[in-house]
Design a protein around this ligand. Structure first.
Ligand code: ZN
Length: 243
């Protein structure tokens, strides 16, 4: 099975279309989306529609949850994100809000785990900052690999049979037997690893090979739409820096 794994679109329709164009030139991919369709970007409705039509499995992200969960503590979001969440709540059509509400927090498919943030408490939106964080997470799932999004920074984290944790920059890589992995797919709509290009993964479960792909798109169109909607300048700017 060849999986196409992507996440963190954040209402960026130009990046999402460029991604689909790039990925759909390859045959027979199973699409799995790891959360955050909305938040930050100017086209939440269009992104929900496009994703729903073309993706078999869609997981809930924290920004998706914040659109319908009025009790969600949006104080935990940075001030820019908070402003856009309020804007997104107003902009989002009711049927799309209901769709976001229906999403699940984790999926296990064919012995592979998929979540938005972390395999440990996948509905609590943790980050993995330290090797201790990684160890807690490796203890909390039994599959060989868990794919995650959330940080917008593509990375391969691994634990060897002796329990040592290490990490690798995104690269074409074949999973080693007896090692366990947490692999981050980066972000389609708001990369934060220094490149403005949309990032996604293709993973072949037969050969256990993971590949990272980058796709350029015209972010000036997205930036202009964001300005027109009054979305904070800082969020517009970061699209061009990938930070
Ligand atoms: Zn995100």
């Amino acid at each position: 099975m060849r999986y196409c794994i992507f996440s963190d679109v954040h209402g960026n329709l130009e990046a999402l279309k460029a991604f689909f164009e790039h990925a759909e030139s390859r045959e027979q991919l199973k699409y799995i989306f790891l959360g955050d369709i909305v938040g930050y970007g100017p086209n939440p409705n269009e992104c929900v529609e496009l994703l729903r039509n073309r993706t078999e499995h869609i997981i809930m992200g924290n920004h998706d949850e914040a659109t319908f969960e009025e009790n969600v503590d949006i104080e935990s979001f940075n001030p820019f994100a908070r402003k856009v969440i309020l804007w997104t709540r107003r902009a989002l059509k009711q049927e799309h809000r209901e769709f976001l509400r229906s999403l699940q927090y984790e999926i296990v498919h064919n012995g592979i785990r998929f979540v938005h943030a972390t395999p440990f408490q996948p509905d609590r939106w943790h980050y993995i900052f330290t090797s201790e964080d990684a160890e807690i997470n490796f203890r909390s799932f039994t599959e060989q690999v868990c794919f995650v999004g959330h940080s917008h920074q593509p990375i391969i984290i691994l634990q060897d049979p002796a329990g040592e944790v290490d990490s690798l920059d995104p690269q074409t890589y074949r999973l080693e037997p007896n090692h366990q992995y947490i692999i981050n797919d980066g972000s389609i709509g708001q990369p934060r690893d220094g490149s403005p290009k949309a990032c996604y993964i293709i993973y072949d479960s037969e050969t256990r090979k993971v590949e990272f792909h980058r796709v350029a798109y015209d972010f000036t169109i997205t930036q202009q739409k964001m300005k027109d909607e009054g979305i904070p300048e800082y969020l517009c700017k970061r699209l061009q820096y990938g930070r």
